[in-house]
Design a protein around this ligand. Structure first.
Ligand code: PHE
Ligand code: ZN
Length: 846
């Protein structure tokens, strides 16, 4: 009954809505199990539609009555909606439905979290609240009345008092929001560039009021940044944020009423790490920036999701770069892109940034749509230049304000302002798969020639790919380390494309794809001597880091495949970087990082080998131990040098020092068996230092007392306890990981209905690569058991977590067979959701 037979929806089938909405009046009589929703909607026929069928979406709604222009009507109800006979002229639809927020464990539609009413409507949750044309190209002006005894009642737009709200900006239903509960606000205000005062509130439960200051500050900085950089001003007198404990995603950009996973907004020095602060700042910015890219201009249909998400991720990355430094932010973004998006793009779930079909749209809130979508915007900006980029954006904002748009609309703005044909560029939206770019070099008679050859491997449903336009930033260095060619963009448009650099004295050392100017995989024979040279001399900070990364990868691969010992040249290079005081501490910490075990597994697979996770784990441990030993003369000194005095501040500079300090700590712990970590644990006054110390201790199988004390001290802080749950599983070695995960599910604080807690355990199990892929197969079995359990409550989060199996094709026959069996068991579960059915089917099919 819960889900209809899965049916795919196609972009090519798009037709305009038959009826448009002018105004929507909603009255909510809130009750945990018997909420009444009364709707009054002004419809009119859409002159642009040929179809005249009046269809409203609706799921799990108990319809009490419906009227058209005041007269009771008998609607034809189906499982997913209703149809009715309507006049061929404007009319008023009224209806009353009953819903049960308390039993809504899917966290979509109207639900309850810790006694508080809240909503999540993107993408198709509004249809679980009332009957409505729940598609983003239907935009209406909403007025809302909330009736209940709760102290605080919130909805979109302006507060008319008494639980009444009015949002003057027409919006699609997915941006509707309602919150009611016993909340308190951290309040502030912002004066916009035209001098309008905006009241700002972050609403939380009473005990969390001390965790709002940083989020508020980030919000005000975001508002200012969008005015200064994009000329975008906020457009209501009020901006509310609410923190909710049970939430499937990070946060949601509902108009004037953003709803946040409490983990994505609440922060204090005592309870949050530097990484938490950084993420919170980025998410606050992201949701705020949606006000223009998403809300004022929205998507015509869900295939266009990247129109708002790719652009908004790009904008939040620009913001974070401005705040925290572009070099290290870029490195962090590329690390995440490779870990998630490349992994997706090179597996069975690969799909275009703008997909052409889906069964369940919730399954397309992916790293490809978000992060590769952002890379496309970055490439566009690189290709046309900054000035043309902002000019095109201005045209987009003026031309399409108030509209529901497509990728074609977006690109046309840049074609119109630059006169450039972007049809080849558009392939980035249409073709899945990570392009490979092979690099050939030739030096002859003072001319250096780079030959780029591009191919994109087949992906599900797309066997053949056309050449794309790829902006590859290149610089050249002379043998003495001097830069002889500053960064220049090579626009690769053909399958094989040559670029010449003339009047050179000798063969230069190239620095290719600087700043990671295109999201591609470079294929190039490069010696470790050249990598070490670039690590020492490249002026481009990204490629400097990249050279060290490539070196580390090569070392690890040779340790796995040739039983090589850790390369001394690599260890020497690390020492040089660590000592180099001209480099920022956060950069040095990133350069000391080693590729993850999942990275190595993918690299081995790409090289035609079958990765053995246990072996990769051992190599990773051996290398870490060698690094610790090789650096033991400098790490204690560096640790002391990086100490941050005074009260904790989450700023990038202080965070960078702590980051390098904690990199040192983790290496030192391998030498001193955790003595320094225990000291740091005991003396720390902030979560960054405390948690790193605990992690370093557990990593060397010490810290039993600290681990117990940590739990006792923080047991009432659910966000800290999420970290603790995750660390227990992450630090369990090999075959112990699954047993630990299982143990954590029996812990009194485990709550599978809370997505953060579920992810803390099972995200950590999947992230513990060797533990998850233990040859016994117990990791796969436990994961499948719990995904099945979770699916019955929360299909969206279960489906997202099923991606832990997307790499099954990399592994040996035994592991493949066990993973397929686990996936098969999930697929054979009675009443499996549409969400998980689609994901598991796609994972297995390829
Ligand atoms: N639109 C939200 C964001 O980017 C993500 C989201 C999607 C949240 C679906 C909830 C449900 O930021
Ligand atoms: Zn978003």
């Amino acid at each position: 009954m819960r889900d209809a037979a899965p049916q795919a929806i196609y972009l090519s089938d798009y037709t305009p809505p038959a009826y448009l909405v002018d105004t929507v009046e909603l009255t909510f009589k809130l009750h945990p199990t018997k909420t009444r929703v009364i709707s009054k909607i002004a419809f009119r026929p859409n002159p642009e539609a040929s179809n005249k069928t009046f269809y409203l979406h609706g799921e799990n709604l108990d319809l009490k009555w419906a009227r058209i222009d005041g007269a009771e009507v008998k609607a034809n109800q189906t499982e997913l909606g209703l149809t009715a006979q309507v006049p061929d002229a404007p009319f008023i639809w009224e209806a009353e439905v009953e819903i049960s927020p308390e039993t809504n464990t899917a966290l979509e539609g109207l639900y309850m979290s810790k006694g508080m009413y809240c909503t999540q409507c993107e993408a198709e949750g509004f249809r679980k609240i009332t009957y409505y044309p729940d598609r983003p190209d239907v935009m209406g002006v909403f007025s809302v009345t909330i009736e209940c005894d709760e102290k605080i009642k919130l909805s979109n737009g302006n507060d008319l008092g008494d639980g009444k709200w009015h949002d003057p900006w027409p919006k699609p239903a997915y941006l509707f929001a309602l919150v009611a509960g016993d909340l308190v606000a951290h309040s502030d205000s912002f004066t916009t560039m035209s001098g309008r005062d905006v009241a700002l509130n972050i609403w939380v439960r009473d005990g969390d009021l001390h965790k709002c200051a940083f989020g508020m500050d980030a919000l005000k900085r975001s508002m200012k940044w969008d005015e200064e950089v994009y000329g975008r001003e906020y457009d209501l007198d009020l901006f509310n944020i609410v923190a909710v404990d049970d939430f499937n995603m990070g946060a949601m950009e509902n108009k004037g009423l953003n709803i946040f996973n409490s983990a994505a907004v609440l922060a204090s020095p005592e309870t949050s790490t530097d990484a938490n602060f950084e993420r919170i700042e980025a998410i606050i910015a992201h949701e705020y920036f949606h006000n223009w890219t998403g809300n004022r201009i929205t998507c015509r249909d869900w295939f266009q999701l990247c129109l708002k998400e790719g652009l908004t991720v790009f904008r939040d990355q620009q913001f974070s770069g401005d705040v925290r430094g572009h070099a290290t932010q870029r490195i962090g973004n590329v690390l995440a892109l490779r870990a998630r998006q490349f992994r997706e793009d090179n597996g069975p779930l690969a799909h275009p940034v703008r997909p052409t079909s889906f069964v369940e749209i919730n399954n397309f809130y992916t790293s490809t749509v978000y992060e590769k979508g952002a890379e496309i915007i970055g490439m566009l900006k690189t290709l046309i230049g900054d000035e043309a980029y902002y000019k095109g954006c201005d045209l987009y904002f003026t031309r399409h304000d108030g509209q529901a748009c497509t990728i074609e609309d977006w690109l046309k703005c840049f074609e119109d302002t630059t006169g450039r044909d972007l049809s080849q560029f558009k392939l980035w939206y249409e073709q899945a798969g990570t392009p490979r770019v092979k690099v050939g070099e030739d030096f002859n008679d003072g001319t250096y020639t780079l030959t780029f050859t591009q191919t994109t491997p087949p992906t599900p449903g797309q066997d053949v790919k056309d050449p794309k336009v790829i902006p590859i930033a290149v610089g050249l260095l002379a043998e003495n380390g001097n830069e002889i060619q500053t960064t220049k963009i090579c626009e690769v448009t053909d399958e094989v494309h040559k670029f010449r650099f003339t009047n050179l004295d000798a063969k230069p050392v190239p620095s290719i794809n600087r700043g990671f100017s295109a999201p591609v995989i470079l294929e190039r024979d490069q010696t470790n001597a050249e990598r070490a040279f670039l690590l020492a001399h490249d002026t481009d900070p990204f490629n400097k880091w990249e050279a060290g990364r490539a070196l580390a990868k090569d070392v690890m691969i040779r340790m796995v495949t040739e039983d090589a010992t850790p390369d001394q040249a690599y260890l020497d290079a690390l020492i040089t970087v660590a000592r180099d005081n001209t480099l920022d501490p956060d950069f040095r910490a990133l350069a000391l990082g080693r590729p993850s075990q999942d990275d190595i597994a993918q690299a081995l697979f790409d090289g035609g080998q079958t990765p053995d996770p246990t072996r990769i784990y051992q190599v990773s441990e051996t290398l870490s131990q060698s690094v610790a030993e090789a650096m033991q003369d400098i790490t204690p000194k560096l640790y002391a040098e990086m100490a941050v005095d005074g009260p904790y501040s989450p700023d990038a500079k202080a965070a960078g020092k702590r980051s390098l300090q904690n990199s040192c700590l983790s290496l030192i712990s391998r030498i001193d068996s955790g003595a320094l970590a225990a000291k740091q644990y005991a003396s720390s006054d902030n979560m960054t230092m405390q948690f790193s110390a605990l992690a370093s201790l557990l990593n060397v199988e010490k810290g039993e007392d600290e681990n117990i004390a940590f739990y006792k001290h923080w047991k009432d802080d659910r966000l800290v306890i999420d970290k603790w749950f995750s660390l227990q599983v992450m630090s369990a070695k090999l075959s112990k990981a699954t047993a630990k995960a299982k143990e954590m599910t029996a812990h009194p604080d485990f709550d599978m209905a809370n997505p953060n807690r579920f992810r803390a355990v099972f995200g950590a199990l999947a992230g513990n690569t060797a533990g998850f892929h233990d040859p016994s197969g117990q990791g796969y079995g436990l994961m499948a058991d719990w995904l099945i359990k979770l699916d019955a409550k929360n299909p969206q989060t279960a489906a997202r977590m099923s991606t832990v199996f997307e790499t099954w094709h990399r592994y040996d026959a035994d592991r493949q067979q066990m993973m397929q069996a686990a996936l098969g068991r999930i697929l054979n579960t009675p009443n499996l959701s549409r969400d998980v059915t689609e994901m598991v089917t796609r994972i297995l099919e390829a």
